[in-house]
Design a protein around this ligand. Structure first.
Ligand code: MG
Length: 354
């Protein structure tokens, strides 16, 4: 794999926005040499044509070294699903989320769920509502939605056909990331406030094989022998509680194949992995590591939209920010470094991350 790496050190506040993310060589380099010891420093890397922001490269390097020292046995990956593992845009159109892709096969109930969205979504994003009050509203919304799915007669067949018809795709490099982490015995926890059964069906249809290290922590359905939804397992996981506490609340992933003991062991061992690589596309996704007493966390943010208005807040919130619906290749490179005690033929070539 050929790699191009250009690094520019510059105080971001002095640079016009349209120049910040260009593959700027000469202009930024000469400017930065005069400025790089003063004030705010941002490292902007263009890596294989991908635009990346690193707010504090020294801090990032020290976190990488610390995780490397502890080894892959102490590492876990926590990932959001929609627009983090999946592409934000597909063929010029917004990709479906795992929730939005579901067609219940009953237009009356699809409409009822849409009405709930129209009522509760403004409350979800209202900054004036206190968090504990909002958590109750979100629980109410999720429970009403789940009740409609049961009442409206959702079948597992409808999930399969909804996924098959959906506009959803993984970012390039996601398969290779899962393969690398599987070889290194590093678990991947996908936290979602959506539906585990839909996400698993997306994994089944869009990836070439299952990964034993990938676990979905989300709302899990119970189907009867005819494949009709009858109830949900565990407690409701919504946008405000999708974190490491939810591991105990979610229905166990292996229950359907009779391996609940293995699942309990998985849960216990995950909590002993005190280094985290966290992937998200919203600043709120940083809360996914709540409930884990981690030593070192490297957070990677995908800034897919509203880049101009959100770049400063993302740069401060995440250790690394990929812009413009980037591929997962930069994360593969980073994960390869974090697991560097394990030989990996896929990503040993090219420069170190970032
Ligand atoms: Mg997301």
């Amino acid at each position: 794999m050929s790699c191009r790496l250009r690094i520019s050190y510059l105080p971001i506040r002095f640079v016009p926005f349209h120049l910040r993310f260009r593959q700027c060589g000469v202009l930024c380099r000469s400017y930065c040499k005069k400025r790089d010891n003063r004030g705010e420093i941002m490292e902007h890397v263009v890596f294989d044509g991908v635009q990346v922001m690193v707010g504090d490269s020294q801090l990032l390097q020290s976190k990488i070294s610390s995780i490397q020292r502890d080894g892959p046995s102490k590492l876990q990956v926590i990932a959001d699903f929609d627009a983090t593992l999946t592409k934000y845009m597909i063929d010029g159109q917004r990709g479906h989320s795992s929730h939005a892709l579901l067609q219940q096969g009953n237009p009356e109930y699809d409409l009822k769920r849409q009405k709930l969205y129209e009522y509760y979504h403004p409350l979800e994003i209202d900054p004036a509502i206190p968090l504990d009050e909002k958590a109750k509203l979100m629980e109410e919304w999720w429970e009403k939605t789940h009740a409609l799915l049961v009442e409206g007669g959702l079948s597992f067949g409808a999930i399969k056909s909804s996924v098959a018809k959906s506009r959803i795709a993984f970012r390039d490099g996601v398969t290779e990331l899962f393969e690398l982490l599987e070889r290194s015995n590093v678990p991947v926890l996908i936290f979602s406030a959506g539906l585990a059964d839909i996400i698993e069906e997306v994994l089944r249809q869009k990836l070439h094989r299952p990964f034993k290290n990938v676990r979905i922590v989300s709302n899990r359905m119970v189907f009867d022998q005819n494949g009709n939804l009858v109830s949900f397992k565990g407690k409701t996981i919504h946008v405000l509680n999708k974190n490491e506490h939810a591991i105990d609340m979610a229905g166990p992933i292996h229950e359907q194949v009779g391996c609940s003991e293995e699942s309990a062991a998985d849960t216990a061992s995950v909590k002993l992995r005190t280094n985290v690589l966290l992937l998200g596309d919203h600043i709120g996704d940083l809360g996914m590591s709540d409930g884990l007493n981690y030593n070192t966390r490297i957070s990677v943010g995908f800034l897919n939209d509203n880049i101009e208005s959100s770049s400063d807040s993302y740069r401060h919130a995440f250790d690394v920010v990929y812009m413009n619906d980037a591929s997962m290749w930069g994360v593969v490179k980073l994960a390869s470094q974090l697991c560097s005690t394990v030989k990996n033929e896929v990503v040993t070539s090219g420069p170190k991350f970032p």
